[in-house]
Write a protein that binds this ligand. Structure first.
Ligand code: ADP
Length: 493
């Protein structure tokens, strides 16, 4: 077991390399590396080992070698290790948050919040680990009994995105380990360092070698292809775009691998005529601007009742224009750079398209001079239904506003999407709010709340936003197989 200090991860290549397999840090087998950049400057952070197919195979072998003992490890012990990871993550919040800012760009305040959120997955699943249990019943026909057992599904492979480098890894790693499964993780190429830090902390918390293998790389299809082509990998969990999810779902079909998919969203944010407008603006800032809007549950489209549209637009516009944009570590900054140049270009093209179709820019913040991939906080009004921005994930700090008068008509527009991850409703009338919430085709609804994410609640989408749930009671189920044993034990007369 090799300990690595997480404060060293950002500075230089690890002496032995960054591929973490079987508890050892090593170079990629073919010694390849690739560059990781700081979105606030565009400059190189450092070269990172780029794992390849042979490393992917070695990781499966390391996971298999560790699987039996972990499966047999009492859940109380698994729980203690996860609890240790929770404590260590909290202790190292500042170092981890700085690492997130360095490779992802988000504002420090968001990065620190992400570390807190990520740590909570370890606490929640430390608590869940000991509550899996089995069930028992009598066969209605008499003569025998039912024993229903829950077994760990086996070796699990994860692919995570760059927008929450700590939390998306934690949301998968914690329940898998709690359930008794070894993990293979391929973090996003843009943000490998945070995932490596999570591995370093779990090692410190006492996780035995081989149970968490982290393979940074810029050749994702080669690594993931090995995993999905190997029958020893029994579970695949992906968070990322719907387009990539579709490809990986097809690949997972070959071996009928159990999958969880957390894909893209297109969240409507509904402000009813009886909404508390100040609260709605506050919630809109949370739902739109957390992580710079590079969030799959970010409010993507606003439906504002005409009777409150002027007030909501003015107040949201003032809040957005006042957003301080800059490098994530700068004091007072709440909006950092986007992940890369392509992301800024895409957001710009969505804004340009909306304006070309008749939308107006009602408010716009400023961005710093100099390098970095910045896009100003922007409010668009009068966005027509055919604008691309209402149909594609913005993944940036732009709020497109539309208005409505009739609830049914608004719901038809809000549901006219192939996505169904998050949604938000503001109304003082509980009956109305619940009625709208139930009719929105979405896996999650924020009612008079702009923040939804909670490790203790089931996160996930309907339609093309995904399959399965992460977090909550459901989160650990994704890593368990059910086995039914028919027990020849006649019922007593
Ligand atoms: P984005 O475009 O924001 O990077 P993706 O869904 O493409 O979103 O990426 C999410 C994750 O999926 C990343 O870790 C990325 O490396 C990985 N990924 C992308 N394409 C593939 C692929 N063909 N096979 C395996 N992993 C992939």
């Amino acid at each position: 077991m090799t300990f690595v200090g997480i404060d060293t991860l950002a500075k230089a290549p690890l002496a032995d390399g960054d591929v973490f397999v079987g508890g050892r840090w090593q170079a990629a087998t073919d010694r390849r590396t690739y560059p990781v950049h700081d979105p606030a400057t565009g400059e190189l952070v450092r070269e990172v080992s780029a794992a390849g197919p042979r490393d992917a195979l070695a990781a499966i072998e390391a996971a298999r070698a560790a699987a039996e003992e972990w499966r047999a490890t009492p859940t109380r012990r698994r729980s203690e290790i996860l609890h240790g990871a929770f404590t260590l993550m909290r202790e190292h919040t500042d170092t981890l948050a700085r690492l997130i800012v360095l490779e992802n760009g988000k504002a420090y305040r968001d990065a620190a919040a992400e570390v807190g959120y990520a740590a909570e997955f370890f606490r929640w699943f430390a608590e869940e680990a000991v509550r899996v249990g089995s069930s028992f019943g009598d066969a209605p026909a008499g003569g025998y009994r039912h024993v229903v057992r829950k077994h760990p599904v086996g070796v699990t492979a994860f692919v995570t995105p760059w927008n929450f480098p700590a939390a998306m890894a934690a949301r998968k790693i914690a329940p898998a380990l709690a359930a008794g499964c070894p993990v293979l993780l391929k973090p996003a190429p843009e943000t490998p360092l945070t995932a490596l830090a999570v591995a370093a902390l779990l090692t410190r918390a006492g996780l035995p070698d081989g149970l968490l293998n982290v393979l940074p790389t810029d050749r994702a299809p080669e690594v993931v292809g090995v995993w999905l082509g190997d029958e020893r990998v029994r579970k695949f969990s992906f968070t990322g775009s719907t387009a990539t999810g579709r490809i990986l779902l097809a690949q997972a079909a070959a071996n009928v691998v159990n999958v969880t998919m957390e894909l893209g969203g297109n969240a409507p944010f509904v402000v009813c005529e009886d909404a508390d407008v100040d609260a709605a603006v506050h919630g809109a800032m949370d739902a739109k601007m957390r992580g710079g809007g590079e969030v799959c549950i970010a409010a993507n489209r606003f439906y504002v009742h005409t009777s409150v549209a002027a007030e909501f637009t003015a107040k949201l516009g003032a809040a957005m224009a006042a957003v301080r944009t800059g490098p994530g570590l700068e004091e007072g900054v709440t909006l950092g750079p986007m992940i890369n140049r392509a992301a800024v270009d895409k957001i710009r093209s969505l804004v340009d398209d909306a304006v070309a179709r008749g939308a107006s820019i009602a408010a716009r913040g400023t961005v710093p001079d100099g390098p970095g991939y910045y896009h100003p906080a922007t409010v668009l009004t009068g966005v027509p239904d055919d604008a691309r921005i209402l149909h594609e994930e913005v993944f940036g700090p732009v709020a497109p506003l539309t208005t409505f008068t009739d609830e049914d008509e608004m719901l038809t527009r809000a549901n006219a999407t192939s996505h169904g991850l998050a949604s938000y409703v503001y109304s003082r009338d509980v009956a109305r709010a619940l009625r709208i919430a139930e009719r929105l085709e979405a896996g999650m609804v924020g009612l008079n709340r702009g923040l939804l994410s909670d490790p203790a609640a089931p996160f996930g989408g309907v339609k093309q936003s995904g399959l399965g749930r992460e977090g909550g009671r459901e989160g650990i189920e994704a890593f368990l197989e059910t086995q039914y044993i028919a027990l020849d034990w006649p019922t007593a007369l």
